[in-house]
Design a protein around this ligand. Structure first.
Ligand code: GLN
Length: 250
C-alpha cells in the first residue's frame, strides 16, 4: 500500500450494506476510489454500515449505496428509513457526497413501487420508481453529463444497466445526464440518473467507476473539496472507458 503523504487529506467513505447491496461488483467502485487515493498519496478509509447500525453524518465525506435485488433492497430500505435516514439527510445537508447506484439510486427517492407493495425510500431527491411488468431495461449504456467543479465540463459516462424499475423525476429535479445510448431512467425519457448538488444517483453499473476513472476523480475531488488532483497514468483506465463506450455504441 502506498504511503499517505504528510498533510494529505483522507477520503472517508461509508459503504452502506456492502454485503447486501453489491450486485454487479459494486465493490469495484470502492476499490477504484481506494486505489486512486493511494496512488496519489491521499488517505483512504472505508467503514461499513449494515443492518441495524447507525451512521455518523459528520464522520464521512462520501456515502455509497450500491445495487441490489428487490429482496435485499426491501430489507435495506426498511432499515435505511428506520436507522439511517436522519443521519443521511444531515450528511447531505452539510455537503457530504451521497452516491446511489441502481437499487441504491432508487432508494434515494421517495418510493419503489412493486405490484401491491411499496418499498420506502430516503426522500433525499424528488423521484419515485415503479416496477414495470414489461421487459427489464438491460444493456450497455452511455450518457452525457455536465458537471461543475474539478474536472467538470461535458463528459461521457459509460456502463451497463439492468433494472425493472422505471424512475420518474419530479418537475425541477435534474438528471445526472442525457442518454446517448441505452435506456436510462424509464427507457423513453432520455434522462439518466439524478443529481441534486451532492446527491447523485445512476443506473450505471459496470462497475461504474473502473469504466469512468474521470468520474471517480470528480467524486474524490468534490468530496475532499480539492480544486485538482495529481494526474495518474491512466493507460488501462482510458482503455476500459473506450471499451465501455464502444460496447454502448458511442
Ligand atoms: N431491483 C431493482 C430493479 O430491478 C434494482 C436492480 C439493480 O440494482 N440492478 O429495478
Amino acid at each position: 500500500m502506498a504511503e499517505v503523504a504528510a498533510g494529505s487529506p483522507t477520503l472517508r467513505v461509508c459503504a452502506l450494506y456492502p454485503d447486501l447491496m453489491n450486485i454487479y461488483a459494486d465493490r469495484g467502485n470502492l476499490l477504484m476510489l481506494a486505489r486512486r487515493c493511494e496512488w496519489r498519496g491521499l488517505g483512504f478509509a472505508v467503514m461499513a454500515a449494515g443492518l441495524g447500525e447507525g451512521v455518523d453524518p459528520d464522520a464521512h465525506d462520501l456515502f455509497y449505496l450500491g445495487g441490489g435485488q428487490d429482496r435485499d433492497q426491501r430489507l435495506c430500505a426498511l432499515d435505511l428509513v428506520r436507522t439511517k435516514s436522519e443521519a443521511l439527510h444531515a450528511a447531505a445537508d452539510r455537503g457530504a457526497l451521497l452516491l446511489g447506484v441502481c437499487g441504491g439510486y432508487q432508494l434515494l427517492g421517495h418510493r419503489y413501487a412493486l405490484a401491491g407493495e411499496e418499498i420506502p425510500g430516503l426522500g433525499l431527491v424528488e423521484l419515485e420508481t415503479i416496477r414495470s411488468d414489461g421487459p427489464r431495461l438491460i444493456g450497455n449504456v452511455a450518457i452525457e453529463v455536465e458537471l461543475d467543479g474539478p474536472d467538470g465540463g461535458r463528459r461521457v459516462l459509460a456502463g451497463f444497466e439492468n433494472h425493472a424499475g422505471h424512475t420518474h423525476l419530479a418537475a425541477g429535479e435534474q438528471p445526472l445526464g442525457r442518454v446517448l445510448k441505452g435506456h436510462g431512467n424509464t427507457g423513453s425519457s432520455g434522462l439518466e440518473g439524478v443529481r441534486r448538488r451532492n446527491v447523485v444517483g445512476t443506473y450505471l453499473h459496470g462497475p461504474l467507476l473502473p469504466k469512468n476513472a474521470w468520474f471517480a476523480d470528480w467524486l474524490i475531488a468534490t468530496a475532499l473539496g480539492l480544486d485538482a488532483l495529481d494526474p495518474l497514468d491512466d493507460t488501462f483506465e482510458d482503455a476500459a472507458h473506450a471499451e465501455a463506450r464502444r460496447a454502448a455504441g458511442v
